[in-house]
Design a protein around this ligand. Structure first.
Ligand code: S3P
Length: 432
């Protein structure tokens, strides 16, 4: 539980833990590579640990080289060139959609059967979106009902057929699952998506000397390539930084600098959206080694409402809860459209955000694919629920920093799935 009160303008310089998407991929791609890979900046979170344990269960040796107070942050993954062992038991993917969906792409190509299961939230999420293309490639996948929900059983084949797949959703998890299976298929596998989703898979594979080609929203890969073992450095997660960026951006007098954060343009939609809202932000890129990494500076300023939808959505899909909080603080009506995907995240984030904002006195109209938020009124402290969803918990902790009276956020253990240390940083900012 977090107890949050309004704060005065603050000044801070901070770093956030490693990027979640990149931490999962570094471990999986390291395992696929032809030798040892040292991964630094690894996110010590429950989600990413599921990926580590999954790889271990499949016969990959992973050593912990360094620990922080939140858990392992430097790993040595001993890649076996794409060869895995049949696990002795079903694999637990916890709360992590990325673990289950990307792993499914690898398992589609293994000569054994694996069962993947997850927690209650993950067991509600659609797996048909990866089952459909992987079945077309020749894998047998069984799950529950039409949406093929977990537990899922995957019987792989070493004779995968390459496909040209048109994904109905803009999803990096779907794209990555197909590309990983494509790494084992004989020939060229392509995935097209309606809008470009985050491109970490393509960038990290390129860094590991695997060729992929992107033309428009289509990415292709050629089977038979083995990633080269190389050390990988994971930058801070822009999705975690986004909470502090909004905490400072809407409050005149606040100043914030976030260092060593990933600034991949397929992930920085939140910065563009806040800039359109009148936020004073500047980005500087210090390093471009596969992924752009740098710092973000924020000077607090009054915000105004915007409308957002279309191809902007995948670039800030995980930041919509905190963007909605920014909308509640901005003058005017903020309209979010084309974000139906939010209904199948760790919680139904459209209804969770609408419900919690209303509890804080904000007028919200919910649509099937988004919401309209009437911003500008003073937020009122309230008791809100995370619904077991880390990003809802953190977004409403930040809302509490702007509310009159006390805000209680219930059920905050889930924050460990992506941002261990968030609660400690929150305490620090409330004290400053
Ligand atoms: C992720 C992709 C996104 C995102 C998730 C992480 C990834 O999901 O919401 O938190 O690492 O590929 P979708 O691919 O389902 O959009």
């Amino acid at each position: 539980m977090y107890k949050v009160r309004a704060i005065a303008p603050f000044s801070a310089e901070l770093q956030v833990p490693g990027d979640k998407s990149l931490s999962h991929r570094a471990v999986m791609f390291g395992a696929l590579s032809n030798g040892p890979c040292e991964i630094s900046g690894f996110l010590p979170s429950a989600d990413c640990w599921c990926t580590v344990e999954a790889m271990r269960a499949l016969g990959i040796e992973i050593e912990v080289l360094e620990e922080t107070e939140w858990g392992p942050s430097k790993l040595l993954v001993h890649g076996k060139g794409g060869k895995f062992e049949a696990p002795s038991a079903p694999i637990n993917c916890g709360n992590s959609g990325t673990t289950m969906r990307l792993l499914a792409g690898i398992l589609a190509a293994q000569p054994f059967e694996t069962e993947l299961y997850g927690d209650e939230s993950l067991s509600r999420r659609p797996m048909d979106r990866i089952a459909a293309p992987l079945r077309l490639m020749g894998a047998e996948i069984e799950g529950r009902g039409e949406r093929c929900t977990a537990p899922i059983r995957i019987r792989g084949t070493q004779d995968l057929t390459p496909i040209a797949y048109e994904s109905p959703v803009a999803s990096a998890q779907v794209k990555s699952a197909v590309l990983l299976a494509g790494l084992y298929a004989k020939g060229k596998t392509s995935v097209s998506e309606p809008y470009l989703s985050r491109d970490h898979t393509e960038r990290l594979l390129k860094y590991l000397l695997v060729k992929t080609v992107r033309e428009g929203n289509t990415v292709s890969i050629w089977g038979g390539q083995t990633p080269e073992s190389r050390d990988m450095r994971v930058p801070g997660d822009i999705s975690s930084a986004a909470f502090w960026i909004v905490a400072a951006a809407a409050r005149p007098g606040s100043r914030l600098r976030v260092k060593n954060v990933g600034l991949n343009p397929t992930r920085t939609g939140i910065l563009s959206a806040l800039t359109r809202m009148g936020a004073r932000l500047s980005e500087s890129i210090d390093e471009e080694n596969g992924e752009p990494v740098g710092s973000v500076e924020v000077v607090g300023h009054k915000l105004r409402a915007i409308e957002i939808g279309g191809d902007d959505i995948p670039k800030l899909i995980d930041e919509i809860p905190i963007l909605a909080v920014a909308g509640a603080l901005a003058e005017g009506k903020t309209i979010i459209r084309d974000a139906r995907e939010l209904r199948v995240k760790e919680s139904d984030r459209i209804s969770a955000v609408a419900e919690n904002l209303r509890r804080m006195g904000v007028t919200v109209d919910e649509f099937a694919d988004g919401m309209e938020i009437t911003g500008g009124a003073q937020l009122k402290g309230a008791t809100v629920d995370s619904l077991g969803d880390h990003r809802i918990a953190m977004a409403f902790a930040i809302a509490g920093l702007y509310a009159e009276g006390e805000t209680i956020v219930r059920d905050t253990d889930c924050v460990n799935t992506s941002y261990p240390g968030f609660g400690a940083e929150l305490e620090q900012i409330m004290k400053s």
